[in-house]
Design a binder for this molecule. Sequence first.
Ligand code: ADP
Ligand code: MG
Length: 156
Amino acid sequence: AMRNLPYFCRGEVVKGFGRGSKELGIPTANFSEQVVESFPSDIPTGIYYGWACVGNGDVHKMVLSIGWNPFYKNIKKSVETHIIHTFKEDFYGEILSIVITGYIRPEKNFDSLDALISAIQEDIEEAKRQLDLPEHLKLKEDNFFHLPEGKIVNNH
Ligand code: ADP
Ligand code: MG
């Protein structure tokens, strides 16, 4: 297990750089630059899994990528959460709360879009399996996700 995990984080969902994740069926909610900069620099880039909640909503499984942000010529990181749930509407501007509980793999380049999509689908299946294990499942009920109304604080 990684020394930094579980890692708790909360912040506003902002517009990403429109790489068309939604068109691939895998929308990713992006955190603001400010939230990304608050991440410990020793959390390696790659694909992770954990739990996520939008506003005061239900807690869902998620997969998360920590990667290099092409918009900033790859000198800044981006943190993007795909929540394993079908939402009726977009939630830009809302507060996303996440706990990262485990690591799947490093970042990779893919030869084709199909290869990328199937890798992400495998990541999602792996996340679903891992999150059912007691050590990860218990974090779904963490008090972090049940803050009293109006008491939203960045990075808990
Ligand atoms: P952007 O480049 O703006 O991040 P995306 O194509 O990655 O655009 O779509 C992300 C947006 O889709 C999120 O900010 C959120 O408002 C919405 N969304 C809807 N369903 C989900 C989901 N299951 N997981 C993450 N984001 C979702
Ligand atoms: Mg996105």
